[in-house]
Design a protein around this ligand. Structure first.
Ligand code: FAD
Length: 304
């Protein structure tokens, strides 16, 4: 099923993101993660694609297995960076033949050793990939796009960023998934701005439970997410106590999700970092809230 249709049928869509293991790590590792992620019944699982990186060859097969072995809807990430038109067609044809009809179209981040971010690729920005996919595959696929509640790190003008986002959506994006954030108020303001800009596709909120201190430095460098005071207090207090930090990180993410659901968010996309036990704990914390949507009369009618 296309994820566009899942958003049409359900008021609240709950999903996970996983990444392929490095080539030096046995591939089986991801399958034991998936064994554990199946239990919480996510509406879909997305599989990242290392732009120009060493794990990209593993991504399509994992995305296919999510669909065919685990019977969970699958969203395959695909990036512009380092991708030629022929490579994109090769990957998407394989996905379609294997029953995966959902692509998250991204620009990607260049590998650190690259001189130019666009070396070797036929597409500059995500919008170019979206246009290409829509022209070639029409409505056979659902296309997702990335969005940034705090603005993309390379763009110093939020209005320009929003303008490019609107163009990307108009080019054929069916739904958006956001960069992670730790301050829900920033997300609410962003959703308001997208609505004023005329962006009407569903927006799923990206939530990452922070469960170790090394993770946070990398995140802030990569995406520039701002850290609210209460979050920083947790990091300082439990930085050297891994078990407590994990518990606090799970509690913080749960708190964010409860607030987002109460505010009518269309979806939560949990960046699992392949830590299935963390994803399961968070899912179990919000089980009743998810059931609330299943039992909601209007939702049931929408499902008929
Ligand atoms: P774009 O939409 O192209 O935007 C990138 C920048 O260019 C922005 O600053 C934007 O304002 C600007 N821009 C957009 N269009 C134009 C234009 N026409 N002219 C001039 N400027 C323009 N990376 C990976 O490598 N692999 C993954 O699997 C992956 N998964 C991700 C999943 C999610 C949900 C998110 C939020 C990000 C993911 N990323 C991934 C990271 C992403 O690739 C980077 O954030 C990247 O820097 C931007 O990608 P984008 O698709 O948003 O790019």
């Amino acid at each position: 099923m296309k994820i566009k249709d899942i958003f049409e049928r359900k008021k609240f869509v709950f999903s996970f993101e996983i990444f392929p293991p490095k080539p030096t790590t046995p591939l089986d590792r991801i399958y034991s993660t998936l064994d554990d992620l199946k239990g919480p019944s996510p509406d879909f699982i997305s599989v990242t694609y290392g732009a120009g990186g060493s794990t990209r060859d593993r991504s399509p097969q994992i995305a296919i297995d999510v669909k065919n072995v685990y019977d969970i809807e699958s969203l395959a990430h695909l990036t512009c960076i380092g991708s030629t038109r022929d490579e994109v067609v090769g990957v998407v044809d394989l996905l379609l033949e294997s029953g995966v009809h959902n692509i998250l179209a991204l620009r990607g981040d260049p590998p650190q050793e690259a001189v130019s971010p666009f070396v070797g690729g036929d597409f500059s920005h995500a919008i170019d990939l979206v246009k290409f996919l829509r022209e070639r595959y029409g409505e056979k696929i659902a296309i997702g796009g990335a969005a940034y509640p705090e603005g993309h790190i390379e763009c110093d003008d939020p209005i320009k960023d929003l303008h490019y986002l609107k163009q990307k959506v108009d080019a054929g994006v069916d739904f958006l998934v956001t960069q992670l954030f730790f301050d829900n108020e920033l997300f609410y303001r962003f959703v308001e701005r997208t609505s004023i800009a005329g962006i009407e596709v569903p927006i799923s909120a990206g939530i990452m439970p922070v469960v170790n201190k090394n993770q946070i430095e990398r995140i802030v460098t990569l995406c520039g997410a701002s850290l609210p005071k209460k979050f920083v207090r947790i990091l300082h207090r439990y930085a050297d106590d891994p078990r407590s930090l994990e518990e606090a990180g799970i509690a913080y993410a749960t708190d964010q999700i409860v607030d987002l659901i109460a505010s009518g968010v269309r979806g939560i996309h949990l960046y699992t970092m392949n830590k299935a036990h963390v994803a399961r704990k968070i899912t179990s914390n919000i089980e009743t809230l998810r059931e609330g949507f299943v039992n909601d009369k209007n939702n049931e009618e929408a499902l008929l």
